[in-house]
Design a protein around this ligand. Structure first.
Ligand SMILES: [Zn+2]
Length: 227
């Protein structure tokens, strides 16, 4: 699949029309995150595909920190130039750091969290999917979203997938509100972060207009249901 993506992107590299494309959603296959051998074999192609996408100013999302630790999140941002990170459930787990070069694991995590927060790299929190695939998360009180919230990270709620996890964005939002007692103000922020950091295909000016429309609509719905 990665190879195909590389070929696809390389073919587009020759195409003058490609240069006019301002954004493209590039997602990493789930298998790459969860099967180590697949990652090894596919890494070269994967990083080439991301480098090519980066060269063409495309926005990129990478699922990391789902099966691996904080270093995989760092790698997704620095090697693959991720604008958004899927999952990042192990962002705060010092025990998951494997590199012997990292002596002070606590400081590494603090710096990484700061790095993500500062750059407003958005984390796609996938509660249902994480509960289904990670046996260490027995209920949502054990999910690292609580730390992301405390650290004021740009986080938003996603399905990861709609079919395998059998969920919807609305169901994920409801689940989050119930599990974490999210306030209306916080909920609005989490939803809007998703739109602000979306891979909108038009210009930045158009994107701003679109996000403002979303905010207006959100406020209208919020008003309607808060009465
Ligand atoms: Zn995923």
């Amino acid at each position: 699949m990665r190879l195909e993506l590389c070929r696809y992107l390389e073919a587009r590299d020759e195409d003058p029309a490609w240069k006019f494309r301002s954004s493209f959603i590039l997602g990493a296959a789930e298998a790459l995150e969860t099967v180590p051998e697949a990652i090894q074999a596919a890494w070269k192609h994967l990083s080439q595909a991301y480098a090519l996408a980066h060269k063409h100013f495309l926005k990129k999302t990478v699922h990391a920190g789902e099966a691996y630790g904080p270093e995989s999140i760092f790698q997704a941002i620095t090697d693959l130039h991720a604008d958004r990170i899927g999952h990042a459930v192990y962002l705060f787990d010092a025990d998951m750091i494997k590199s012997p070069e990292i002596k002070d694991k606590k400081a590494y995590i603090a710096n990484l969290v700061q790095f993500i927060a500062d750059r407003r790299i958005t984390i796609e929190v996938c509660l249902t999917s994480n509960l289904q695939t990670n046996p260490a998360i027995r209920d949502l009180s054990e999910h690292s979203f609580k730390h992301m919230r405390k650290a004021k990270l740009s986080a938003t709620f996603c399905t990861d997938n709609r079919t395998v996890s059998q969920t919807t964005v609305s169901a994920e939002l409801l689940k989050a509100v119930q599990a974490f007692s999210i306030t209306p103000r916080e909920l609005k922020n989490f939803v809007i972060y998703g739109f602000k950091r979306s891979f909108f295909p038009g210009s930045y000016i158009k994107k701003r207009e679109y996000v403002h429309q979303i905010i207006d609509y959100y406020e209208k719905v919020e008003k309607q249901f808060s009465q």
